[in-house]
Design a protein around this ligand. Structure first.
Ligand code: IPM
Ligand code: MN
Length: 359
């Protein structure tokens, strides 16, 4: 058997530890079934540690992270810590410092899951958003002038580098090329107003398109993208966009795939350590009640296995998630599943282990 994968666990805040416990349970079961080993390493980053010590993401932890195969995160966000401190200091810092330049967010409506879109079925809601994850409005460029005075000026600049834009687009073209038969990549931007940033995106997109003739290309403004995601989600296959627009449209995406209980994402630097997380928050009001839905964390585990090259295990896990949704889950909302958090994890493990490897 090959050497184990070193996976850092960051349970974090609120319901993060509860959902990650189920994720770990399921991923461990997949490792056993598919014949690979995982060495889990715990990291106590989050609000409690910050309140006790002032630590956010210490350099020593970052340097250990660089040597891991993957990081698996529960949630960051603590009711006693001012919004922004933990998010910027831990989550965004991890994305920047580890240069996790892709935020991959599938929008998949699984069978048995209710969508707010009337008449839309699983085959209609099945696309992936490739969000640039290290630049744009998130880069932190800007500042105040005359802060606190009536003349105050606040600026926030969107930083778009040719390198950053191009590597994100290249990833998206290759993802679209390899995803399935239908190969379509839509650039989501705002070329009619953001005439610098999205001019660069559009030029780089058109240049790369020539290298990937098999991928059909399309363009939609971000506002129109929101409209089509509701009206005709079946038009999309892979969407590539900048950091801010990607943040916004993937919350919309989470809603049409059934809510935060199922939406997962990967923060990826191809070939290096990447981080996987459920995209919902820490849901403090449900903490410790064993009622929160762990499926988003479990789906993040599935993405992690795929990124680690364990595609068969990832496929088996996806089938187990689908079966749990069809057979057992009443509603994806916290406390409405008809099962506890740990009960859902147990069901996924059961269906995973029940499958023949050739299923
Ligand atoms: C997300 C979150 C983060 C973001 C926040 C918590 C900083 O909303 O992962 O989408 O804006 O990227
Ligand atoms: Mn977000």
């Amino acid at each position: 058997m090959s050497s184990p994968f070193d996976i850092g666990l960051v349970p974090g805040d609120g319901t993060g530890p509860e959902v990650l416990r189920e994720g770990r349970k399921v991923v461990s079961a997949a490792a056993k079934k598919y014949g690979f080993n995982i060495n889990f390493i715990d990291y106590d980053l989050g609000g409690d540690r910050f309140l006790a010590t002032g630590d956010l993401l210490p350099d020593s932890v970052l340097s250990e992270f660089r040597d891991l195969d993957a990081i698996y995160l529960g949630a960051i966000g603590h009711p006693e810590v001012k919004p922004g401190i933990l998010e910027k200091g831990i989550l965004l810092n991890m994305r920047f410092e580890l240069d996790l330049y892709i935020n991959l967010r599938p929008v998949t409506l699984y069978p048995g899951v209710a969508t707010p879109l009337a008449d839309k079925k699983p085959e209609d809601v099945d696309f992936v958003v490739v969000r640039e994850n290290t630049e744009g409005l998130y880069a932190g460029a800007g500042g105040f002038l005359k802060k606190g005075t009536p003349q105050e000026v606040a600026t926030q600049e969107s930083i778009n580098t040719r390198l950053g834009v191009e590597r994100c687009l290249r990833y998206a073209f290759e993802y679209a090329r390899d995803r399935r038969e239908r190969q379509k990549l839509t650039l989501c931007g705002k070329t009619n107003v953001l005439t610098y940033a999205f001019d660069l995106w559009e030029r780089a997109f058109n240049e790369l398109a020539a290298e990937y003739p098999e991928v059909e290309t399309d363009y939609a403004h971000v506002d129109a993208t929101c409209m089509w995601m509701i009206k005709n989600p079946e038009w999309f296959d892979v969407i590539v966009t900048d950091n801010m627009f990607g943040d916004i449209i993937t919350d919309l995406g989470a809603m049409i795939q059934g809510g935060m209980g199922i939406a997962a994402g990967g923060n990826i630097h191809p070939g290096k350590v990447s981080m996987f997380e459920p995209i919902g928050g820490s849901a403090p009001k449900y903490t410790g009640q064993n009622v929160i839905n762990p499926l988003a964390a479990i789906a993040a585990g599935q993405m992690m296995l795929a990124e680690l090259g364990e595609n068969e295990a990832a496929g088996g896990l996806e089938r187990a998630i689908k079966k749990t949704l069809v057979e057992d889950i009443q509603d994806l909302g916290a406390g409405k599943m008809g099962h506890s958090t740990s009960g859902v994890g147990d069901l996924v493990v059961k269906y995973l282990l029940d499958q023949n490897l050739t299923d």
